[in-house]
Design a protein around this ligand. Structure first.
Ligand code: NDP
Length: 367
């Protein structure tokens, strides 16, 4: 049994799958107001989402930028007030070990580069925040955990939804039994992918198709909403290989997860149409979220006691991005385990591999 503090006092939840219902309160407040320094590796679209959020952080700041282009790094440095000494290319990255202003390396590179840069960051003596999916394979994920452990550094995966108000409230509602016994989860994530030349459609850089990139949100939701681990998976893939975008990776791969308690999750993962939703139906009611896992504007509706109503989640002190960044800083300062550590990323990678196997062989795979 794991014990978590919640808004309602102390809560007991069972199983290794318990993800920590209350993020920051689960970690003691650091005794100092020091801000740890982050190095952002890869200045792409998602780095553009993350970088402005340091302004709202209490324990985190940006002290270094790593990019393939020094000109680009300098442009970002001017915007986010990073010193010239904190600018690196991929070739000079390893010298970051000599920079005492960098405590944490945040890997926001294409998936296929997560493994290499996590290992290099750990070798440089830095803690690591690594974007999802953790790596291209479970074996790589395992090596990343081992490298960070050997270097005595923290490793956290950028699973921001664990720090987002609606998602946390949805977890609480389901896990506290407010819908009765959870029976069926439906989780849908997808978008219509564009540019056929982008790295997301390149197997070496992406590791796979929609499942690695967006379907992973359906998998995560099924796991964090129920607080359980799947014991069986089955899957169906549908990819038009004559479509120039899908020469190397899959388009749609829908999968079903069966959990030990009997809950079943039906999950959508696609690069063909827009989906951002989940629904949990229990014996006493249901919960429906759409948008479910967006950067903002998420909405929750509940049906309980015969009534259906919008359910605005109680506010959290900070947005999901700043909460996530500060969580790792707090874990470093208090020597605590992040609620979404490398092991959590590895669990997803193992299930993802089982989903691919199930689709390829047309059979149910036991986990
Ligand atoms: P982008 O393509 O927008 O950015 C990736 C950056 O990586 C590039 O801008 C580039 O930065 C650097 N890079 C280095 N080598 C390569 C290469 N061979 N090909 C392409 N880029 C390269 O991707 P995203 O920012 O959208 O995604 C990055 C990671 O973040 C992925 O793992 C993705 O899954 C994750 N992500 C997570 C989200 C979340 O909500 N948690 C949302 C979006 C993405 P530079 O020019 O500075 O070298």
């Amino acid at each position: 049994m794991t014990i978590f503090a919640s808004r309602r006092g102390l809560l007991k939840l069972g199983g290794a799958a318990s993800l920590g219902l209350v993020a920051n309160p689960a970690v003691a407040a650091p005794s100092t107001e020091r801000k740890l320094g982050y190095a952002i590796v890869g200045l792409g679209q998602y780095a553009d989402v993350i970088l402005p959020r340091f302004a709202e952080c209490r324990y985190s700041r940006v002290t270094a930028l790593v990019s393939g282009s020094m000109e680009k790094a300098r442009r970002y440095a001017a915007r986010y007030d990073v010193a010239e000494a904190g600018l690196y290319t991929y070739d000079t990255f390893d010298t970051i070990r000599d920079n005492p202003d960098v405590d944490i390396v945040y890997v926001i590179l294409p998936n296929g580069m997560h493994h290499e840069y996590t290992l290099r960051a750990a070798a440089a003596g830095k803690h690591v925040m690594c974007e999802k999916p953790m790596a291209n394979t479970a074996a790589e994920a395992q090596a990343m955990i081992a490298a960070c452990r050997a270097a005595d550094r923290k490793l956290m995966i950028g699973y921001r939804c664990h720090f987002e108000a609606n998602n946390r409230e949805a977890m609480r509602i389901v896990r506290e039994g407010e819908l009765g016994k959870a029976r069926i989860v439906t989780a849908e994530h997808g978008f219509n992918i564009g540019d056929p030349t982008q790295w997301r459609l390149n197997r070496a850089l992406a590791g796979g198709g929609s499942l690695m990139d967006i379907g992973i949100y359906s998998l995560q939701a099924a796991r964090y909403l129920t607080g359980e681990e799947p014991v069986e998976v089955s899957a169906v893939e549908s990819t038009d290989r004559s479509d120039i975008r899908f020469k190397e990776v899959e388009d749609t791969i829908n999968f079903q997860l069966k959990f030990a308690s009997g809950v079943v999750a039906n999950c959508v993962s696609t690069y063909g149409s827009g989906h951002n939703r989940y629904r949990v139906v229990g014996t006493e009611g249901w919960l429906d979220a759409e948008a479910a896992t967006g950067y903002g504007g998420n909405r929750l509706r509940l049906r309980r006691n015969g009534q259906t109503a919008d359910h605005p989640a109680p506010d959290l002190p900070v947005n999901q991005f700043s909460g996530m960044l500060d969580h790792l800083s707090q874990c470093v300062m208090t020597d605590s385990q992040p609620i979404v550590a490398g092991e959590e990323g590895l669990r997803d990678m193992k299930i993802i591999e089982a989903i691919y196997l199930a689709a390829r062989e047309g059979r149910t795979v036991r986990l």
